[in-house]
Design a protein around this ligand. Structure first.
Ligand SMILES: [Mn+2]
Length: 344
């Protein structure tokens, strides 16, 4: 099976002809996820609308399209979907509430704006700031449309190969369990095919050993990565009942717990999983219902500051990951940024 992060794609939208390409890809993903013809049509319409908005209101931007899978508490996949993430660095939406009303368009055209997308999508979230730009997340689910989420945690991620590479040498995943959730983020050494193979092996190993403690999961991943190029890897376990986050990392993966009162950077040991590891040990941090977990590879600059984006902490993790990717991607490496928090 192709990992989700290999099927995530970013489309540069800078002229009208780009709309058809992203719409086609999103509709294909929807059909592959088991959407009916008309549900896939809704995804296509929303994609067109987002792309048109980027051209009309922001002089271009990006649309990231990725497949979604919602798990039950036992980790069984039960619903598939498609996420659209529109990212621009335009002027921002001045009157956001008005913009959500059907028929409203700041460019005064026949565009139905965000109102139409809100009606078509299962979930919609927006972050906009004057002069900084806008991020719109629209999610579509096959089947259980509008149904309650079974996961206790909301997760968003952007994972992209470096420009010019076909395969992504980063990988990520999460595994919801009864009272906790396991997250993994991995950066295969270098980039391209060899890095992608290491990332896939690592995530597969973490999934297999997901019920174990993070340090034990990392031990197994280290073992599974022998014979590959090696990788930086980190595993976080958020335990909802104990209100702690257990963390174990090797190499350059950045992880931070963000709360209203500040940041907590999580500690990884130096080394390359699969090759040279000096020490594997686990750290425990406090976790509360309003904590936000951010993990990223070194394809993202580490100087981000959520305080610079009023209200962003309260947005859906996909929007948070999207904004960080939009503003802090290095473009010289594969990049992954993952954000997660408990359902409000
Ligand atoms: Mn890297």
């Amino acid at each position: 099976m192709i990992p989700d992060w290999e099927r995530q794609r970013a489309f540069e939208i800078s002229e009208a002809s780009h709309t058809a390409e992203v719409r086609r890809f999103a509709a294909q993903l929807a059909k592959g996820a088991g959407f009916s013809e008309s549900a896939a049509g809704s995804v296509a319409i929303a994609t067109t609308e987002l792309s048109t908005n980027l051209l009309k209101h922001a002089s271009g931007g990006k649309i990231v399209v990725r497949p979604l899978a919602d798990h039950s508490a036992r980790g069984v996949e039960f619903a598939r979907g498609v996420e659209l993430l529109s990212l621009d660095r335009g002027a921002g939406i001045g009157n956001f509430t008005q913009c959500l009303r059907d028929g409203y368009s700041t460019a005064g055209s026949a565009g139905t704006g965000l109102g139409a997308i809100a009606r078509l999508a299962s979930e919609l979230d927006v972050q906009t700031a004057p002069g900084k730009g806008t991020a719109v997340m629209a999610r579509f689910w096959a089947g259980k449309l509008g149904g309650a989420p079974t996961d206790q945690i909301e997760v968003g991620a952007v994972c992209m190969p470096m420009p010019g590479e076909e395969r992504c040498g980063d990988g990520w995943g999460y595994e919801p369990l009864a009272d906790r959730c396991i997250f993994v983020l991995v950066d295969g050494l270098g980039h391209g095919l060899g890095a992608a193979e290491a990332a896939e092996q690592a995530v597969a190993s973490v999934r297999e050993h997901r019920t174990k403690a993070p340090a034990v999961i990392i031990e197994y991943a280290h073992d599974a990565l022998r014979g590959t190029r090696g990788a930086a890897i980190a595993v976080a376990e958020v335990n909802f009942t104990q209100q702690v986050l257990r963390y174990c990392g090797i190499g350059n993966i950045s992880a931070t717990i963000v709360t209203g009162s500040g940041l907590r950077h999580l500690v990884s040991y130096n080394g390359i999983a699969g090759h040279a590891v000096r020490k594997i040990s686990e750290f425990t941090y406090p976790w509360t219902a309003d904590s936000l977990l951010i993990m990223h590879s070194d394809g993202l600059m580490s100087r981000w500051d959520l305080q610079a984006y009023p209200g962003l902490m309260q947005r859906h993790p996909s929007v948070i990951a999207g904004v960080l990717y939009r503003d802090f991607v290095r473009d010289r490496d594969d990049v992954t940024v993952l954000a997660a928090k408990e359902w409000r």
